[in-house]
Design a protein around this ligand. Structure first.
Ligand code: AMP
Length: 116
């Protein structure tokens, strides 16, 4: 997959609009177009990585930066005290539909465990 085929790369390039709420050198966060909770934000790396299976040891800092971004977005959104969920789906059976890794940040309601 090239950047021009990837929806999230196109959002990063500004070719497709998104409701961006946080940016860092390595990550971008924007509101999910089909929210599954009162707050549903996607946090993506600026570099295209297709799935978790494609990560290398050298990507550890980049992946860590997604969680640092999640913490900051949760604080911005007023979720830090009550709690929130972070999820990264890998592959079709897990529900991954966009093949550029992304951390879902969901909050503002109660969540069940185990997830469906
Ligand atoms: P996943 O199913 O884990 O791959 O998550 C992909 C997410 O991207 C879904 O929650 C979609 O609602 C969301 N999504 C798809 N297209 C867009 C878009 N253009 N802007 C924002 N979120 C999107």
């Amino acid at each position: 997959m090239t950047a021009s085929d990837c929806l999230f790369c196109r959002i990063l390039e500004g070719e497709i609009p998104a409701d961006v709420i946080y940016e860092s050198d390595s990550a971008l966060a924007f509101r999910d177009i089909n929210p599954q909770a009162p707050t549903h934000v996607l946090i993506i790396p600026r570099r295209h990585i297709t799935t978790i299976n494609d990560l290398d040891a050298g990507d550890a800092e980049l992946v860590g930066s997604l969680f640092v971004a999640a913490k900051e977005v949760a604080r911005q959104e007023g979720l830090a005290d009550d709690g929130y969920r972070t999820v990264m789906n890998c592959g079709e059976e897990a529900g991954q539909s966009v093949f550029h890794i992304h951390l879902h940040l969901l909050g503002g309601r109660l969540f069940n465990w185990p997830p469906g």
